[in-house]
Write a protein that binds this ligand. Structure first.
Ligand SMILES: [Zn+2]
Length: 253
């Protein structure tokens, strides 16, 4: 989503982990419930998307089936400047470790959180899930909304013929289960997005996907309570736990 940050030019906006089976039973072991699944994780933005040296690359545009969008945005930040890119990176690392411990094959759209780097562009992020044969892609973000609002919500693709008609209904179905799972684990539901789900044609990361895809806005970085949790390593672990619960609910594992 386009994000305006104060003051400036804004680039706004399976390797089957089969457990050694005593019998030939194909069902995953209790401690490896995600064995056989490939999950693509997309930690939103990149730290260097805020670096002016990268603005030319980031300004390159792609048509996403609905509208033309720039390569990638800076993302939002807490009021005291903790960037969304760092939040999504830290949380995604922990989600990855937990999913792997549960047997999943996890692939990441970016491999660093670097002031020098930018992107990848949203069209590449969107296409990534199919490229790695993912069963599901989760794009992890945080919102920059009015400070009074808080809580998580998801965005999933609406139907755009020739673009998302193959993945929209499954993404909505998995998205609803993800929301229920995250809320059941204790994550605060969004106070400003009804049903904690937006079904939208505008998000390139969703539109370029050819596998079921969910974009999570983990919380509102402009809300004081959530900002504190997002900056705190223990809070980041809490988000990771909630997200893993959401994914397990979505995948029914
Ligand atoms: Zn974002």
């Amino acid at each position: 989503m386009k994000r305006l940050i104060a003051g400036g030019l804004v680039i706004a906006a399976a390797a089957l982990a089969l457990t050694p089976a005593a019998s030939a039973a194909p069902t995953p072991a209790a401690d490896q419930p995600l064995a056989g699944l490939v999950i693509a994780l997309d930690p939103g933005h990149q730290l260097g998307n805020s670096n002016p040296a990268n603005f030319d690359e980031l300004a390159k545009t792609h048509f996403n089936g609905y509208e033309t969008k720039i390569c990638n945005t800076s993302g939002t930040a807490t009021n005291d400047g903790f960037p969304e890119a760092t939040f999504t990176w830290n949380v995604a690392q922990q989600v990855k470790a937990q999913l792997e411990a549960l047997g999943a094959d996890v692939r990441m759209t970016r491999h660093s959180n670097s002031w020098k780097k930018w992107g990848p562009c949203v069209n590449e992020r969107g296409a990534f899930g199919a490229k790695v044969g993912a069963d599901l892609m989760l794009s992890i973000h945080a919102d920059g909304a009015d400070s009074s609002g808080y809580g998580f919500y998801v965005m999933v693709p609406s139907v755009i013929k020739g673009w998302t008609d193959d993945i929209s209904s499954k993404s909505i179905r998995l998205g609803k289960r993800f929301v229920s799972g995250m809320a059941a684990a204790g994550a605060p539901r969004s106070t400003y997005v009804s049903g904690q789900m937006m079904i939208t044609p505008t998000i390139s990361t969703l539109n370029f996907s050819d596998v079921p895809v969910i974009l999570l806005e983990s919380g509102n970085m402009r809300n004081a309570t959530e900002a504190r949790r997002m900056k705190d390593p223990a809070g980041q672990r809490q988000y990771a736990d909630w997200i893993v619960a959401g994914l397990r609910a979505a995948l029914r594992r």
